[in-house]
Design a protein around this ligand. Structure first.
Ligand code: F6P
Length: 510
């Protein structure tokens, strides 16, 4: 049933009205159990949800909404390999990439065996590159899901990265990026990883062809040794000239693909044991999502909170603040995950929705964000829920730095909620601003795997309740087609049929 036609939706609308005067400080004063009731332990992650504009009654109604919209059946269909990506008629099985070898029977046994066959080959290749002292630079050429996941993870796991190798990520078709990276490289010491699920993405193919031309122009001879392709379109990779290719399957969405061959840069960086830990951490979260009752299921609680905020509290964005400098690409990774998955205006049957879907995600690593846009979070006119990620133990010896990092994370959440009364208007903090605090022991391959899978499943939950297909991305197609058309017009000068603004700008570029 469409979420907005369920009895639970109506009940939540009525409940939201009683929430108009909700104040976090009062809620804590009235309920000594609030922290316990609104916190949740999951593999590698402790989540404090208590500083959010919610309570046990709200959560109970949201769980009812999940039941009435068939969340459990939808989740189980994904884990059975059904084609829940209806507009592309595909299964959605990124979770299978982290499933232990031989652990499934029936129809999924064969794809799982293929997964492990490729994984073994990919990890053996990663180890070979790690042992190859001549390769000092690994350049990943890919965009979107073929860039953000591996880049986020390599940066996040910097403390586990093999010494003596540098990792570069070229995504933008803007040539400044590729030329900037190539400037410092030598062909004999460089491995180019061309990562593209489709192997047709113009940005990536343009960069890959230019990298190949540079390699040859610099005297590079052994293309087979210095170029590797990661794709589900193996024949297109062969046409490009890559002889070493690691494949994956159409049931892995781009933004869910870092667990597949797309994770090769991560495997080279942290080694096969580290990569297996990453997968194991994600698998632990998969099991939590699959087997834990909805009331104690962290992806479910977070995804339902997202629905509550978007549709009933009418908060249209969420700010992300990881208090770990290694997670500086975390906000960008989450942006694609959430907004490409759930930025949809029609339901799974193509019918226009009357309720909101994906919030806008944005953010920056703490403490940097505090000195940039947190002013708006504290005193702006819009309420923007903040999601903090912090780690108990650092991977460096600068303990005072770490104490200050954690103190800042706690202080921001506290300040947002508690506020500060002042008669001078500009010094007054009204408080009652919501935040979620995700706390992990340390940032390791396993904990990063779990944290990332948590976010994937939380996006599944809200997308499922909203009734949308979270696994297609038709909205990016039009721009791609028009860019090709405009590119041709830039050469021909033909502005016929264009709107006056586009034609005017085109004219100024000639
Ligand atoms: O622009 C949309 C998109 O298809 C993303 O979903 C995807 O992650 C990215 O482009 C890259 O696609 P590919 O891996 O096929 O090059």
């Amino acid at each position: 049933m469409r979420c907005d036609q369920t009895p639970a939706w109506k009940a939540l609308q009525e409940h939201a009205q009683t929430f108009a005067g909700f104040d976090l400080r009062t809620a804590f004063a009235q309920d000594p159990e609030r922290f316990q009731v609104l916190s949740q332990t999951a593999p590698y992650v402790f989540a404090d949800l208590s500083k959010n504009h919610t309570d046990a009654a709200t959560e109970a109604l949201l769980i009812e909404l999940a039941r009435q919209t068939g969340l459990v059946a939808h989740r189980d269909a994904m884990f059975r390999g059904e084609h829940i990506n209806t507009t592309e008629d595909r299964a959605v099985m990124h979770w299978l990439l982290r499933q232990p070898e031989g652990s499934l029977q029936g129809a999924l046994a064969e794809p799982l065996a293929l997964v492990h066959g490729t994984l073994k080959a990919m990890l053996a290749y990663a180890e070979q590159v790690r042992a190859d002292a001549q390769i000092t630079d690994v350049v990943n050429i890919g965009i979107g899901g073929s860039d953000l996941g591996p880049q986020m993870a390599v940066l996040a796991l910097q403390d586990f990265v093999i010494p003596g190798k540098r990792f570069h990520f070229v995504s933008n078709v803007d040539g400044h990026e590729l030329t900037g990276v190539l400037k410092g490289l030598k062909p004999d010491n460089t491995l180019f990883v061309v990562a593209s699920k489709t192997f047709t993405t113009l940005d990536t193919m343009t960069n890959a062809h230019s990298a190949l031309a540079w390699f040859k122009a610099q005297g590079g001879l052994d293309v087979a040794r210095h170029f590797v392709a990661l794709t589900s379109n193996v024949s297109a990779a062969a046409d490009f000239g890559a002889t070493t290719t690691f494949g994956f399957w159409d049931w892995v969405g781009g933004r869910y693909s870092m667990w597949s061959a797309i994770g090769l840069p991560v495997a080279i960086a942290i080694g096969s044991a580290g990569f297996k830990d990453l997968l194991a951490g994600a698998h632990a979260m998969d099991q939590h999502f699959l087997a834990t009752p909805l009331e104690a299921n962290l992806p479910v609680r977070l995804g339902l909170l997202d629905v509550w905020y978007r549709n009933f509290m009418h908060y249209t964005s969420r700010s992300i603040a990881p208090y770990h400098s290694g997670l500086r690409r975390w906000p960008a990774f989450l942006q694609q995950l959430e907004m490409e998955s759930n930025g949809k205006r029609v339901d799974r049957n193509g019918q226009a929705l009357t309720h909101g879907t994906s919030p806008v995600l944005w953010g920056e690593q703490g403490t940097n964000g505090q000195h940039a846009f947190f002013q708006m979070l504290h005193q702006g006119t819009d309420v923007v829920p903040l999601e903090i990620v912090a780690f108990k133990n650092p991977a460096h010896p600068l303990l005072e730095h770490h104490a200050l990092t954690l103190a800042n994370a706690l202080a921001q959440a506290q300040a947002l909620m508690c506020g500060k009364a002042d008669t001078g208007g500009h010094k007054h903090f009204e408080g009652n601003r919501p935040s979620t605090f995700l706390l992990l022991d340390e940032l390791t391959p396993a904990s990063l795997g779990a944290l990332t899978a948590l976010q994937e499943h939380r996006v599944f939950v809200s997308g499922s309740v909203w009734g949308i297909n979270s696994f297609d991305q038709w909205g990016v197609e039009l721009g791609k087609v028009l860019a090709q058309d405009i590119r041709a017009r830039m050469t021909s000068g033909d502005g016929a049929g264009l709107d006056a603004s586009t034609a005017g700008l085109l004219g100024r570029l000639r």
